[in-house]
Design a protein around this ligand. Structure first.
Ligand code: HEM
Length: 457
């Protein structure tokens, strides 16, 4: 008998579009709750909101054109404003020539994310995660959501600063980022509806400051060491940013600019991966037959030896879990771009300032692109019939000039964590628990992700 295909939770879309007020209410906590049935299959949609007109481009050639369009479709000012308290003007949010010079200055730092260099750090952080799970009360559900934040933040912390991240600072980050997401999401909703959002904007600065305070002392001390005393710290991302020079003027980043780049790399580099790890482990916990296959693959290739990059390369099933998780729960589910000059697209006329959204959440769950699009079926990535869609209709890391610089790093760390956890534990879901995905800056479970762990041997 074949095992049933599992459909993990997602907000069931109503058949028809709701009115403006109902959409406001359902979107107050999460973008994906606003969608209706046709949102998933329409070629291009138009949403007129009091504060902004928004277009959603689902048709594959349009998705490609927009993402590869570079400066023709810059990141939207609404997104930039939303993220400003957290990452300021940095390589994720900048546009045009400013982005180009920032990218040139930041690029050398990414040598430290090279896979062979970062693998030992990832394995050490994953071992610390296993020890934390071991230390938890056996037989009781463990909320893995903060744990995945800890391991992912610890990995990027080690890569950025050559230091580990302790539980106290990890908790500050997890709680503060959750609060920031709630406040920034509400502020963004209000602005789109043309309602003043000052209260939420001001409140969001507190959690952003709490996150910055975790690494500000490290950045300031190392900046001072180098620029005032000529002393270089360990060769890591931070040191590379401190030593970076503007391609035209030769000027270094100011300390504040280093803080903004560090905040970006730290946040872009852990929140997304943590989200992927939580959803991947949850779906494995729901599907014991897939979990067993994955465990057998890891045991066959690695035994009890420390994981290596070469072993991960051979782990096709673990890689498919990573890909399928990102298809179903792309952490960055909507990529908003700005229309900069009047233009026609399909049957619509777009005016400057309009928001043009490309949505991995929609394209990757469109039944015209993928069979049983809401079902968890990691093997689909082995089916040659899906090869073209895996190129065109799978883009959790974006595409074109603004594609994620950390995609390889993310794949390696998520695969390391999945392989390490299933090798040590059998995972299951506590009876009656079903997570609710909510989409703000990233897709996270609304009330955490409790799972049960039992030692394999
Ligand atoms: C599963 C994990 C990850 C996902 C799903 C993800 C997703 C994305 C996406 C969709 C973008 C492009 C956004 C757009 O076009 O609007 C992006 C950009 C970026 N990501 Fe990631 N990311 C992940 C992990 C990482 C990691 C581990 C790092 C750093 C080590 C990182 C650093 C960045 C940076 C710096 C950018 C901006 C690139 C630029 O615009 O020049 N990301 N990411």
């Amino acid at each position: 008998m074949t095992d049933p295909i599992f459909t993990p939770p997602y907000p069931r879309p109503p058949r028809s579009k709701r009115g403006l007020f109902k959409r406001f209410l359902s979107g107050w906590h999460s973008w994906i709750h606003v969608l209706f049935d046709k949102s998933y299959t329409m070629k291009m949609g138009e949403i007129r909101l009091p504060g902004r007109t928004m277009y959603i481009a689902n048709e594959l050639p349009l998705v490609d054109k927009i993402l590869r369009g570079g400066t023709a479709f810059p990141k939207h000012s609404e997104l930039v404003r939303n993220l400003d308290p957290l990452i300021g003007n940095s390589v994720f949010s900048a546009n045009g020539a400013d982005w180009e010079s920032q990218r040139a200055m930041v690029n050398p730092a990414f040598a430290h994310t090279a896979l062979h260099r970062s693998m030992p750090l990832m394995v050490a952080a994953a071992d610390d995660l296993l020890a934390r799970i071991d230390a938890a009360d056996a037989g009781k559900p463990v909320d893995i959501d903060p744990m995945m934040t800890h391991v992912a933040a610890d990995i990027i912390f080690r890569t950025l600063f050559s230091q580990t991240l302790d539980a106290a600072r990890s908790n500050i980050i997890h709680t503060a980022f959750g609060r920031f997401q709630r406040l920034a999401h509400s502020a963004s909703m209000l602005r789109l509806y043309g309602v003043p959002a000052g209260w939420f904007e001001r409140r969001s600065k507190g959690p952003a400051r709490a996150i910055h305070d975790v690494f500000r002392p490290i950045v300031e001390a190392r900046y001072e060491d180098y620029h005032a005393r000529g002393e270089a710290g360990p060769r890591d991302i931070l040191q590379s940013l401190i030593e970076a020079k503007h391609p035209d003027t030769g000027a270094p980043f100011t300390c504040n600019q280093v803080m903004e780049q560090v905040s970006t790399i730290f946040l872009a580099g852990h929140e997304t991966s943590a989200s992927t790890m939580s959803w991947a482990l949850y779906m494995l916990a729901e599907c014991p037959h897939i979990q067993d296959r994955v465990r057998a693959e890891v045991a066959g290739l690695a035994g009890n030896e420390p994981l290596t990059g070469a072993m991960l390369k051979e782990m096709g099933q673990v890689r498919n879990i990573f890909r399928e998780t990102l298809r179903l729960y792309p952490p960055v589910s909507f990529l908003p771009r700005e229309v900069t000059c009047p233009m026609d697209m399909r049957d619509k006329h777009l005016e400057p300032g309009a928001m043009l959204v490309v949505a991995p959440w929609l394209t990757q769950r469109n039944k015209d692109n993928w069979a049983c699009p809401h079902a968890f079926d990691p093997d689909r990535f082995d089916d040659p019939a899906n090869a073209e869609m895996a190129k065109q209709a799978w883009f959790p890391f974006g595409r074109g000039p603004r594609v994620c610089v950390g995609a390889g790093f993310a794949q390696q760390e998520v695969m390391t964590v999945i392989a390490s956890v299933v090798r040590r534990f059998t995972l299951s879901v506590p009876p009656g628990f079903k997570p609710e995905p909510i989409s703000r800056l990233t897709i996270r479970p609304r009330t955490g992700m409790p799972l049960l762990f039992a030692r394999v041997n």
